[in-house]
Write a protein that binds this ligand. Sequence first.
Ligand SMILES: C[S@@+](CC[C@H](N)C(=O)[O-])C[C@H]1O[C@@H](n2cnc3c(N)ncnc32)[C@H](O)[C@@H]1O
Length: 214
Amino acid sequence: MEHEFWHERWQKREIGFHRHDVHPLLTANIHQVATPGTTVFLPLCGKSLDMHWLLEQGYRVIGIELSEMAIKEFFAEHNIPYQAEKEGPLVAYRAEGLCIYQGDFFELTEAHLHAISAWYDRAAMVALPPTMRAKYAAHLQEILPATAKGLLVMVEYPDGYWKGPPFAVSTDEIMASYKASYAIEILPLLPGFTLGGDANVTERGYILSPKAVD
Ligand SMILES: C[S@@+](CC[C@H](N)C(=O)[O-])C[C@H]1O[C@@H](n2cnc3c(N)ncnc32)[C@H](O)[C@@H]1O
């Protein structure tokens, strides 16, 4: 999707992807990929309540988000004072335990993520059309530390049922994107996303553990 598409979504308040609760797959599985005190990375983070919950549990959080509006809303809604600083093509919004980079995910480098122990992808990969998803997964794996574990939440629905975003991302695609470097645990399907409880739309979690590095 073009950047303008997302800026418009935020400006027009078409943010049906934003959940008003903490994601149950996060609360149930975060302990499998990270321990409190370590840093979790959220690509395409929006103003997700999941970031706030992670901070409350004692995790440190790094996010990246295109929309300045989303980031400012996050800090305002949680009454968190922050400092913003331009850093090359990105702007870093920093608070205690938290750094949200404003800008394009593809501008993020290894240096930004060297301290993370895990990443949590909810509504990030599924926000992107197929050709961009391949680039997303490739760039992500280029910049992640080799030891980082992943907790992923993907959306599934029948072919042609929904135009997207969110796009449906199958287990086959997750395998093709990550299995060269990660052992992949497939979690059970959950009813979901935030499309009004539509039974045809479901979410599935994955836990990615790096294969042994020689
Ligand atoms: C479907 S929303 C999901 C937000 C969040 N993960 C959540 O669960 O609520 C996707 C977000 O990705 C952001 N985004 C889209 N393309 C991006 C890019 N290239 N770099 C950084 N953020 C991007 C959008 O502005 C939007 O907030």
